[in-house]
Design a protein around this ligand. Structure first.
Ligand SMILES: NC(=O)c1ccc[n+]([C@@H]2O[C@H](COP(=O)([O-])OP(=O)(O)OC[C@H]3O[C@@H](n4cnc5c(N)ncnc54)[C@H](OP(=O)(O)O)[C@@H]3O)[C@@H](O)[C@H]2O)c1
Length: 326
């Protein structure tokens, strides 16, 4: 890749991580096209698609080097029947459409990466989940007497179907990777970093739940660098965990975030309070209470070096950037 200008197409690239990737690759001189339902003005090209039907946007994929598909309704909502349908359709539908389009092209993209999530692994307090030995979740025990909630199982089934849509596609000339992504932290308004930072600065950034659940996280710079690394490493395919190598319990995670903001204390939010708060915020406690102990086995084996392997340094950098920008 060094020296070669790549054509990179990012369907659904208008969101949080899509903007990170588009800016990263644009700055490095590549030609970036974002496919979006609402084209906008940006340093890169934006082209209309509806994620449902074939249209002129297909031209952007002809002979492209890379397709990175990221669309999907945000998971920050209650899992009502209506939202479940939208969460499902907005992921599986566009992925299926891309699979038909890529399969039908005479010159398909060399690489197709598709969003997935680290949430596919089981609630894990006991050991790391890498791609080789990690266990896919669904129905696991979360305590001595309690099984994983139905909503957690529903999410896992969605992610399994999402990944299967990619791997079942008849696209033999295209290398396929699903990005099992942990929480990506960006110093941007509306991001998960912004939400947690607001809590911290209001004095509400204490331990969440019992604080033993692991947080898998990744600094946005490493997220973009890892995607670039996967493009360069032609031997890599299949599911790849995008997470920093050191997930940590929520208690330690929140301490480090408070330290980065110079906030010595934060009101804790035990599980019941979390559940009530999340109800009023119209989102799901799963996002905070499920233990994600996900590690980047394949990236580390292939020699990827993280700029931010440890959360305290990542948090300090994100806070510094936030203070400079906002
Ligand atoms: N951010 C993370 O930390 C993280 C972690 C794990 C997995 N992921 C996954 O990675 C992908 C990208 O994440 P993100 O945080 O950048 O997501 P995001 O900010 O929510 O953006 C995703 C894009 O999907 C499109 N979209 C939203 N609702 C849609 C709908 N109902 N139908 C069709 N398209 C819709 C939107 O594009 P337009 O409105 O421009 O069409 C939106 O910009 C998502 O699938 C997400 O689940 C993200």
């Amino acid at each position: 890749m060094p020296g070669r200008r790549l054509r990179i197409v990012i369907p659904g690239g208008s969101g949080q991580v899509g903007r990170v990737l588009a800016a990263y690759f644009q700055e490095r001189g590549h030609h970036v096209t974002v496919l979006t339902r609402s084209p906008y003005s940006a340093p890169w090209q934006t082209v209309h698609w509806d994620g449902k039907r074939v249209g002129p946007w297909v031209e952007t994929l002809k002979g492209a080097d890379i397709c990175i598909h990221l669309s999907g309704k945000s998971v920050h909502c209650r899992y009502t029947a209506k939202n479940r349908k939208e969460l499902y359709d907005s992921r599986i539908g566009p992925t299926r459409l891309l699979s038909h389009v890529i399969a039908g092209l005479a010159e398909p993209p060399r690489v197709w990466m598709n969003a997935s999530t680290a949430t596919i692994y089981r609630h894990a307090l006991d050991r790391d989940m890498d791609e080789a030995t990690g266990e896919i979740g669904g129905g696991e025990m979360v305590s001595a007497r309690q099984r994983a909630p139905e909503k957690w199982n529903w999410t896992i089934q969605l992610v399994k179907d999402w990944e299967a849509t990619v791997f079942d596609a008849p696209t033999p000339r295209t290398r396929k990777i699903v990005l099992r992504t942990s929480l990506v932290f960006s110093p941007a308004p509306g991001s998960v970093f912004a939400v947690l930072s607001n809590l911290v600065r209001l004095g509400l950034g204490g331990t969440q739940g019992n604080g033993r659940q692991y947080v898998s996280w990744m600094h946005e710079r490493d997220y973009a660098r890892a995607v670039e690394f996967l493009i360069e490493h032609e031997e890599m395919d299949g599911p790849v965990n995008l997470a920093a190598p050191h997930p940590l319990p929520n208690r330690a995670f929140m301490v480090a975030l408070r330290d980065a903001w110079d906030m010595p204390n934060g009101l804790p939010a035990p599980a019941l309070l979390m559940k009530i708060g999340m109800f009023f915020l119209r989102t799901e406690p799963e996002l905070v209470l499920k233990s994600r102990c996900v590690v980047p086995g394949k990236l580390l084996d292939a020699g990827f070096i993280f700029d931010f392997p440890e959360w305290p340094q990542a948090a300090e950098d994100l806070v510094r950037q936030w203070r400079e920008k906002w």
